[in-house]
Design a protein around this ligand. Structure first.
Ligand SMILES: [Zn+2]
Length: 117
């Protein structure tokens, strides 16, 4: 498919802007747990069953980071400060860290066994 001409891009942008936006109350907040240990709150329409992003720009680090977990926050539980994660998201991140450490431990134990034997 050839690249779109500037005129076509302008036409498509105009068309997209003409679509009605969803009312504010139809949006929910997803709290994303990032590989750097920070969290980010992102809005999405309530019709989304999940928040699909493998990486996002971390505002704290100023770098692109991986998304470990995404949890939809209850509507009345949206904190102003995105650096105060809900326990469940933090638990998911810690669980993932424990899994990685266990894997590393098993590898180290196997390596030690080969040295001892
Ligand atoms: Zn970060």
């Amino acid at each position: 498919m050839p690249p779109l001409s500037p005129a076509k891009v302008t036409e498509i942008a105009k068309l997209l802007r003409s679509f009605p936006e969803h009312p504010e109350h139809e949006y929910v907040t997803w709290r994303l747990s990032l590989t750097c240990g920070h969290y980010a709150d992102c809005r999405a329409h309530q019709s989304n069953q999940s928040y699909n992003a493998s990486t996002i720009d971390c505002a704290e680090c100023g770098a692109i980071r991986g998304v470990i977990a995404a949890k939809q926050l209850p509507r009345n539980d949206v904190a102003e400060d995105s650096q105060s994660p809900s326990n469940e998201v933090e638990i998911a991140a810690v669980d993932k860290e424990i899994q990685a450490l266990r894997k590393k431990l098993r590898a180290a134990e196997r390596r030690r066994k080969t040295l001892v034997d």
